[in-house]
Design a protein around this ligand. Sequence first.
Ligand code: GTP
Ligand code: MG
Length: 402
Amino acid sequence: MEKGRDSKPHIGIYGRRNNGKSSLINCLTGQDIAIVSELAGTTTDPVKKSYEITDFGPVILIDTAGIDDIGDIGEKRISKTLSTIKTIDLALLIVAENIFDDFEIKLIEEFNKFDIPYIVIYNKVDLVKPTVEYLKQIEKITNKKTIEFSALNSNTDEILNQIRIAVPENAFKINPLFEGLVNQGDFVLLITPVDTEAPEGRMILPQMQAVRGVLDKFGICIVLKETEVEHFFNTTSIPIKLAVTDSQLFGKIDKIIPANIPLTGFSVLLAKNKGDFDEYMKGTPAISNLKDGDIVLILESCSHHVTCDDIGRFKIPNWLKKFTEKKLEFEVVSGLASFPRPIKEYSLVVQCGACMITNKQLKSRLQQFKELNIPVTNYGMAIAYTNGIYNRAIEPFNKLKG
Ligand SMILES: Nc1nc2c(ncn2[C@@H]2O[C@H](COP(=O)(O)OP(=O)(O)OP(=O)(O)O)[C@@H](O)[C@H]2O)c(=O)[nH]1
Ligand SMILES: [Mg+2]
């Protein structure tokens, strides 16, 4: 990945069948990736392709099925197409043949709903030129200039230029992990268990990110297992600016690390950078309000991470039950799957660290709970709260605000 880039912006291509969405993805990438044919409805499922834009960086392009598909299967394809909108950072709306009607308006409404910037591209300009009135109509509705394009001559310069401008910065750049917490020369203690859950021969992503984050701030990392923490404090007088522990060890480490040293958890640290930290801060104390029979929704971002799986499915439910002493029900939803019940029935949402999804995807996913005032927390904050060290874990961040 290009230097300074933290994640790949997702760019979705939308429009009616046959407008040239797949042709555009082929033009952009200069490869024959997507099947193109004169039959309407050639693309049936969303297709993703990684692609590096010169002078910009890597992106993921998503080709979709036409928004005007018909029949029962067509309906399903449309809903698949629409479901990709909440996962993207930028949309390309492909129009053609002077048609701009309900389908285009519906797409724009969806883009707006999820706060997705978009670019309008008029394709097949070699066949039918857009009329002046038509372009004016689009400009009036979208407040944007339409790019005229032909997949036949495949000059994508203008489109690429617009993409470079329109991708929001937060799609590829996240704040430095230790912003405001660590300065040049500061010593940071990273407490990382190496147990049976740790992957063979390496460390898990949040720990790697933390090491990198300290280095980015020109801080000095001291990485050790939980078993060595006491020894460290007994034998050195190195002044520790901040200690970060694996969240599951919070309770134990809290007792060992002197109270004057700020202590937080990897997952709390990452929550600050991914998702809506303020929302988590508001939502976490709602754990104390849970009642018998309440349903807690556990949101996982991926379906293949064994460590997270164990935390989300067993440990967090157990800690929540123990802490609240209530009879709670739990439901786990993985990936970007839909929910098994109307979301208003949930009393609390516990989101995982979301290392595998983009910030936009996470925010769109949590937005729906925010709208219904359903409290949202995340794994790290819930662990800290139920283990009684929440206040200490968020203290370094409260200070940042103050
Ligand atoms: N003349 C001309 N033909 C084009 C242009 N772009 C696409 N086509 C043709 O239009 C037809 C449809 O193109 P596709 O790229 O498959 O369109 P699509 O939007 O992906 O269509 P679906 O997958 O069915 O939704 C094909 O026959 C293309 O060769 C263009 O700019 N000019
Ligand atoms: Mg297609």
